[in-house]
Design a protein around this ligand. Structure first.
Ligand code: CAA
Length: 253
């Protein structure tokens, strides 16, 4: 089993093949971490593109298939990762989906599918890594929430509930692990240039962009910047926090 020195800690990024996830993998690797992207086995085309996009990082980034909605599959995948690479020091939960519909049209299936990935997925991974992190006395967990968990959004009762839930989970787990060298924080992106946001109807997206003080969508690199900051070895006094990265779209104290 490989050992973890501070500059070569092992990071797992769920949704690692996704819009934000790929940018997060890139910046963690650039910061000297060994990175495993965890995502659905079915995304073969996306996996090929991911490998091309991150080819310059060599073997610092690898891929492990798993569905975050499946507790046992997460346990098996995380065990395989630890057997191959050593203890996980950093966990970034970036796997997420949308199933937008106003509540009057939302089906139980749209509700359940979203909650299983966006909220259960955070439990399913954290539950398997937390004991190893606390036993080793080091961990950085960064959960990706959303500005829409803070403000709500028309058509997103499911997504807003899950994303607000992610921060509640974060604060509770942060308390449980604070004395063991493990921090747990949330990053809340605003609207970013990703396939998820590209799927929002053009007219609605234009209105949203017009309301962003910085005047543009965020980039995956904007979000990754915040994740790498919270995952740093010397970020040990920041825990249970939410770091908004939204171009000023929602400001709060
Ligand atoms: N605000 C206020 N009213 C709205 C509205 C809005 N955003 N969207 C629709 N309405 C109004 C319509 O004008 C219409 O009014 P009338 O009945 O008076 O004509 C009514 O509500 C239509 O209601 P429906 O239930 O029929 O809604 P719909 O099926 O037409 O569309 C929707 C609902 C699909 C959710 C659509 O509004 C939509 O796609 N909204 C965008 C949701 C969004 O921003 N998702 C973010 C995805 S990206 C992401 O989540 C990443 C992240 O973290 C930021």
């Amino acid at each position: 089993m490989a050992s973890s020195t501070p500059d070569s800690r092992l990071a797992v990024v769920t949704g690692g093949l996704g819009g934000l996830g790929t940018g997060i993998c890139r910046q963690l690797a650039a910061a000297g971490r060994r990175v495993v992207a965890l995502d659905l086995a079915a995304r073969q085309e996306r996996l090929a593109a991911f490998r091309r996009e991150l080819a310059d990082l060599g073997d610092a980034v690898s891929f492990e298939p798993a569905d975050v909605a499946d507790f046992d599959a997460c346990g098996a995948a995380l065990a395989r990762i630890e057997a191959a690479h050593g203890g996980i020091g950093i966990l970034v939960n970036a796997a997420g989906i949308t199933r937008d519909a106003s509540l009057r049209k939302m089906t139980p299936r749209q509700w359940q599918e979203l909650l299983r990935v966006n909220l259960d997925g955070v439990f399913n991974t954290c539950r398997h890594v937390v004991e190893g992190m606390t036993a080793r006395g080091f961990g950085r967990i960064v959960n990706i929430s959303s500005v829409n968990g803070q403000t709500g959004q028309f058509g997103q009762t499911n997504y807003a509930a899950a994303k607000a839930g992610v921060h509640g989970f974060t604060m509770a787990l942060a308390r449980e692990t604070a004395r063991k060298g493990v921090t747990v924080n949330t990053v809340s992106p605003g609207y970013c240039d990703t396939p998820m946001v590209a799927a929002v109807p053009e007219e609605i997206r234009a209105q949203i962009v017009a309301g962003i003080p910085v005047g543009r969508l965020g980039t995956p690199a904007d979000i990754a910047r915040a994740v790498v900051f919270l995952a740093a070895d010397d970020a040990g006094y920041i825990t249970g926090a939410n770091l908004p990265v939204n171009g000023g779209y929602f400001m709060s104290f």
